[in-house]
Write a protein that binds this ligand. Structure first.
Ligand code: HEM
Length: 145
């Protein structure tokens, strides 16, 4: 049940207070979530390049969790996000499961192209994500056997 004006709860952050009914405005939107998706997808790519199946699988799953969170908080993206996850992302996941790193490369390029096509759809053609030239510096990509 949504909290009405006559029934609210005060949230005390320790630094100040706000009403529970204002919580929605404080939840992250795509502007906050998407850069996190980019970070996961970057790690997924270089994990695949290092043939590190467990890490590539983990990073892709975390990226999907973030995309689903974005679509949950911003339902206008839900339909296209579902389509993207069940098509382009699924092809990358399949290649990871098969440890087919050639197919991974192809599926990855198609996924990034599709992501940027969605950025176009949402009137942001200037947002063209690209795989960074170097692996993320904060995580060892070497597979553990
Ligand atoms: C591989 C998948 C994707 C990656 C790596 C990615 C990456 C990014 C990044 C890094 C940004 C922020 C750019 C910036 O502000 O500096 C962004 C913004 C955005 N992305 Fe994606 N994206 C992906 C897929 C998608 C999909 C599938 C959708 C929609 C169905 C989408 C919708 C958006 C929107 C609407 C914004 C603008 C958010 C805002 O208002 O600031 N993205 N994306």
């Amino acid at each position: 049940m949504a909290a009405g004006a006559d029934h609210d709860h005060v949230i005390d952050t320790g630094k100040g207070e706000f009403d529970l009914s204002e919580l929605g405005h404080l939840m992250p939107g795509m502007a906050e979530i998407m850069p996190l998706v980019g970070g996961r997808i970057w790690k997924c790519y270089y994990a695949g390049k290092a043939a590190n199946q467990a890490l590539a699988r983990f990073q892709l799953k975390e990226a999907v969790n973030l995309m689903e969170k974005g679509a949950f908080l911003r339902p206008k993206y839900a339909e296209n996000m579902d389509k993207f996850i069940s098509e382009e992302v699924a092809a990358v996941a399949k290649a990871i499961e098969a440890e087919d790193w050639t197919a991974f490369d192809e599926a990855f390029t198609a996924m990034v192209d599709a992501a940027n096509a969605y950025h176009d759809v949402y009137d942001k053609p200037y947002l063209r994500w690209k795989i960074p030239d170097a692996p993320p510096p904060d995580l060892d990509m070497t597979p553990r056997r």
